[in-house]
Write a protein that binds this ligand. Structure first.
Ligand SMILES: [Zn+2]
Length: 322
């Protein structure tokens, strides 16, 4: 049975999962958006971008997430120490000798009283030991290094709302977290925390698709990077192993001291998908382009619209997922 399911999943992968729509080479340390080679962040020139392909770039990112190397080392030492021990172990050990007390040549009620006292004492020691262990675990938890998310959110779609229409075409990719077949996806990797921002990585791509706009015009979205807003589905990290595997490929460890301090730590994934049939609104500037597939001149019916720059759209109504 296992060999059959393996064959099926392999067949699905080869037939439906394309190679990545763009190479992940850089990351914005301010909003944590993954970018292609030489790309600037959509958030503008104030967003600092570093390479994830060089030790220098990766160290700059780790410094944003976990603090400078000296802070990272101290945080790890504190977490390992787990606070000061309450010395419960030695008390516990000292008392194991008590079990022999009951074997002394004592009789009657006296034996019972001693046994009861010994039991109460043992229970007290056990309780003390349990509390000490809990306190130690809490201290280790409080001292653990805590990652910082991006200081700003990835840029929104902007104010330039354009036309809306319906997504056409065939699904060409699988969304990494939910495995939904789709034409585009977006991921936000988050790490729960009490204060501060929790977004550790933002990534989105499309295999390319067309939108039939309400006025009949066709908008062509080329394969590559994309910006999407819409209904999100939250997935636990343990249920999103393809995401985990992908993040491992971009999380090189340059210094053994940084073991366990991942540049993209996360526990949940928020995913947005775009599927054929979805109603979407397009944002940003659009350009006109002659449709190479249509015969004739540069007439309206033969003109395609294409986004200028990175395509941006909002999913306004979603088809039921199958
Ligand atoms: Zn940015």
């Amino acid at each position: 049975m296992s060999s059959t399911s393996l064959t099926v999943s392999k067949a699905n992968q080869t037939s439906i999962t394309p190679r990545a729509a763009f190479p992940r080479a850089r990351v914005c340390v301010d909003c944590r958006t993954l970018l292609g080679p030489k790309e600037a962040c959509d958030g503008g020139p104030k967003h600092r971008v570093v390479s994830i392909e060089t030790p220098t770039g990766r160290n700059a990112l780790r410094t944003e997430v976990w603090g400078p190397p000296s802070v990272r080392r101290r945080a790890k030492q504190l977490a390992k120490a787990g606070g000061t021990s309450l010395g419960a172990g030695s008390i516990f050990e000292g008392c194991t000798g008590c079990s022999d007390c009951g074997t002394a040549a004592l009789e009657g009620e006296f034996v019972v009283i001693v046994a009861v006292i010994a039991l109460i004492a043992a229970a007290g020691v056990a309780l003390y030991w349990i509390i000490a262990k809990i306190v130690e675990a809490i201290r280790a938890y409080q001292n653990r290094p805590r990652p910082n998310g991006g200081i700003t959110k990835p840029p929104s779609l902007g104010r330039r709302a354009g036309p809306s229409g319906v997504v056409m075409g065939q699904t060409g990719m699988l969304a990494p977290a939910t495995g939904t077949s789709c034409v585009a996806w977006s991921l936000d990797l988050r790490n729960k925390r009490f204060l501060g921002t929790d977004l550790m990585l933002h990534d989105a791509e499309t295999s390319g698709f067309e939108v039939k706009l309400d006025d009949g015009t066709t908008l062509r979205v080329p394969g590559g990077r994309i910006r999407i807003e819409g209904p999100r589905e939250r997935v636990d990290r343990s249920d999103a192993s393809p995401v985990d595997e992908f993040v491992q490929t971009i999380s090189h460890e340059d210094d053994p001291e940084d073991a366990g301090l991942d540049p993209f730590p996360f526990d949940t994934v928020d995913e947005i998908v775009v599927r054929p049939g979805d109603r979407v609104r397009v944002f940003g500037e659009l350009e006109r382009e002659a449709d190479p597939a249509a015969p004739g001149g540069y007439r309206a019916s033969n003109v395609l619209l294409v986004p200028k720059g990175v395509p941006a759209l909002r999913v306004e109504r979603q088809e039921d997922r199958k």
